[in-house]
Design a protein around this ligand. Structure first.
Ligand code: GTP
Ligand code: MG
Length: 571
């Protein structure tokens, strides 16, 4: 729970202010029954109306003061808990953003969403609850005990039985409840996860008519959530009335014993009323304590889950970076090996890419092309060997500066909700409209964008659903180009673009790419044929390295690809 420390320091003052008001509130509450017993025993029994009015006025005054301090305390406590929740959420979001892919792979994405929303909320609710009962409930409880005992030591024997029983019930409730609420949270993760997966694949689900299957899958998660919640709530449902019952039995005992003594003339009626009032106050405070303990049980389960994210050590060194020297985008792969987990995906890859060159990367699907280029911006770190950019090992560099140099058009196009203009500008903060337009022209996106009624201000739905596959790819390329990078990585970025448009994009890039180092992954051999250098990958190994003509002579795998796509015999 180390992550909570900074907030304790920050919010201790307003917290203590709230507690101060609480204290006052509790004192006001404690005075009421005694005053009432006086009104009854002295005023009513003695027929002294003046006394009744005097004490009644005092009672009103104390109630008013208590109410004022209660509302002030409410304002302070909501302020503290809301601010605390917002900050915690924002810091958690930042932490998640700072984590590397290898770290993030350890968490279920849906569970990160629940941690960010529901879990933070639970902790926030607990903090708020704490400010409502902290000090007040124990004070009411202890104060009630003291006042009641002072009022009538004989009746207090009942308390000696009731209070320990209630305390034991509360402890058992907590012990049983904690693991249950933890499993409720896990089940909620699964509900969120299954909904998320369904929504992201909704088109496929419709196309394959797999509604029933998906509904059944969702229902399994949903019912599990129900079962777990019911079991946790049942726990509360048993214990809360049990506590209530114990205290009410105590009140019955007080009325019985008191009744006997009044009829014997040993006790006054006002004492019994005041005593039962103190008893209900004690009951009320114990109920509050057990309620906040329930909140605590949930909040603890949530805090553990939030703590897991904060405790996640970034497997990549982030801050110990040298600053990146100005260079011109020379890339060297030296003996690079890499695996996600287990099986190696890349094996001892060595090649050099000179500044300003375009390097084509080709190979069958699953051969490791995307994995290879994803190492460059350090989405993952190599297991063996080194990757150098302009002579510096990328692991020694300040990652932010390294990524500044690189623009990547990922294989899976990702666009954001917003206008096309915003999506392209996203590539570089502060890019002007002219720059955006120029990038879009190079990516051959300008024409189709201006063809829409709203042009660059056309709004894209989530993930760019209202664009075609090829249009999305071109917007994505424009976003990379506006960045003005030294190294441009295109991961199969023209796969959904027709051959003629692709040729135009390559033409524009060639003019633009002077001095720009470009890594170009492609499935079509025609896309890489005229590159300065072609790297051929096969099952994670580099099996060919050279120009198109050289490879046609020396590389079997390249020859096979050429034959299958161009359909001619080599030589
Ligand atoms: P295409 O894009 O289909 O042409 O393939 P590629 O050459 O880009 O292959 P890629 O580098 O994406 O994948 C190489 C191998 O790594 C495959 O066997 C995948 O199963 C594996 N792989 C890719 N991404 C991940 C990942 O995020 N996690 C894990 N565990 N394995 C992955
Ligand atoms: Mg790929």
């Amino acid at each position: 729970m180390g992550f909570l420390k900074p907030y304790v320091g920050k919010y201790s003052r307003p917290f203590l202010t709230a507690v101060l008001f609480l204290l006052f509130e509790a004192l006001c509450d404690l005075m009421q029954p005694t005053i009432m017993s006086k009104i009854i025993d002295v005023g009513v029994a003695g027929g002294d109306l003046h006394y009744v009015f005097k004490m009644g006025g005092l009672m009103l005054l104390i109630t008013a003061l208590g109410a004022i301090s209660a509302s002030t305390r409410n304002v302070v406590s909501s302020h503290v808990s809301q601010n605390f929740g917002t900050e915690l959420r924002s810091n958690l979001f930042r932490k998640i953003q700072s984590l590397s892919f290898a770290n993030l792979d350890r968490f279920d994405r849906a569970s990160l969403v629940t941690r960010l929303t529901n879990d933070v909320n639970q902790v926030q609710v607990f903090v708020n609850g704490l400010m409502r009962i902290f000090v007040k409930a124990p004070l009411l409880c202890l104060g009630g005990l003291v006042m009641a005992t002072r009022l009538n030591p004989r009746l207090a024997v009942v308390l000696a039985v009731v209070v320990p029983v209630v305390a034991i019930l509360i402890v058992i409730n907590m012990r049983v409840g904690f693991p249950k609420f933890k499993s409720v949270q896990k089940a909620l993760d699964r509900v969120n996860g299954s909904m998320r997966e369904y929504l992201s694949g909704v088109r496929v689900v419709k196309a394959f008519n797999r509604f029933d299957y998906e509904v059944a899958k969702f229902n399994v998660a949903n019912e599990e959530f129900q079962t777990k919640s019911v079991s946790a709530i049942r726990n509360m449902a048993v214990f809360s009335p049990l506590i209530m019952l114990t205290v009410n039995l105590g009140i019955v005992a007080v009325l019985w014993i008191g009744g006997l003594r009044v009829s014997q003339g040993n006790m006054q009626v006002g004492h019994i009323i005041a005593f039962t009032n103190y008893m209900t106050q004690i009951l009320f405070s114990l109920m509050m304590i057990s309620m906040v303990f329930n909140m605590y049980v949930r909040a603890k389960a949530s805090a553990v889950r939030i703590g897991e994210v904060f405790d996640e050590e970034n497997v990549m060194q982030w801050d110990a970076g040298q600053s990146v020297e100005a260079g011109n985008g020379r890339i060297e792969f030296e003996n690079v090996s890499f695996s996600y987990e287990g099986e190696p995906v890349l094996k001892r890859i060595t090649f050099t890419c000179n500044p300003g060159d375009t390097v084509g990367i080709i190979g069958s699907t699953g051969s490791g092309k995307s994995s290879l280029v994803n190492l460059l911006p350090r989405f993952y770190d190599v297991d063996g060997g080194t990757i150098k950019v302009d002579g510096q090992d990328i692991r020694d560099l300040e990652p932010k500066q390294l990524r500044e140099k690189i623009a990547i058009v990922p294989q899976k196009t990702t666009l954001f909700t917003g206008t096309i203009l915003e999506n392209i500008q996203w590539g570089r903060e502060g890019a002007t409209f002219e720059e955006v337009e120029q990038a879009a022209k190079m990516a051959q996106a300008h024409d189709f964008i201006t063809g829409t009624p709203d042009g660059y201000n056309t709004r894209l739905g989530q993930g760019g659903v209202n664009l075609s596959g090829g249009q999305k790819q071109r917007v994505s390329i424009a976003r990379a180009l506006v960045r003005n990078p030294e190294i441009l990585i295109l991961d199969d970025s023209t796969s959904a673009v027709d051959v003629a448009t692709e040729a135009k994009i390559k033409e524009a890039l060639k003019a633009y790419a002077k001095g720009l180092t470009c890594l170009l992954i492609a499935q079509r051999i025609t896309s890489v044929m005229d590159a300065d250098l072609i790297v051929v990958l096969d099952q994670g190994e580099l099996v060919g390295y050279g120009t198109h003509d050289e490879l046609l002579k020396t590389c079997d795998v390249y020859q096979q690809i050429y034959r299958s796509q161009i359909g001619k015999e080599v030589q």
